[in-house]
Design a protein around this ligand. Sequence first.
Ligand SMILES: [Zn+2]
Length: 70
Amino acid sequence: MHELNPCKNCHEDVAYLETEGDWCVYVICGHCGTHTAFQRYSNEEEKKEAEKKVVELWNMGKVVIEARVE
Ligand SMILES: [Zn+2]
């Protein structure tokens, strides 16, 4: 599996790689919903690249923080 840093927003270590309808992938925090941009792919090879890319984005802190009011 990919190494994911703790969430930049809530600092929980519950981020995971999510696939959407088998055409794009992103990393999302299971706690607060902060996520990276979606990365599209159209085949298995591109999928691996896309996964690597979103993991990189996540670990660089290039994320979209959801403004969720509890
Ligand atoms: Zn979070």
